[in-house]
Write a protein that binds this ligand. Structure first.
Ligand SMILES: [Zn+2]
Length: 43
């Protein structure tokens, strides 16, 4: 049973392959860098 940083960088940009620890960072990156909107649920 090996877990490598399972709580870090869960979110990966499919465009430039950057990784993010939180969805908020990931979404912001997609919006600001790639001008893409994610089909994620907003709470
Ligand atoms: Zn990217």
């Amino acid at each position: 049973m090996q877990e490598e940083d399972s709580e870090e960088q869960k979110f990966k940009c499919s465009v430039c392959r950057m990784t993010f620890a939180t969805r908020a960072e990931y979404e912001k990156h997609m919006r600001e860098k790639h001008n893409m909107k994610l089909p994620t649920e907003e709470s």
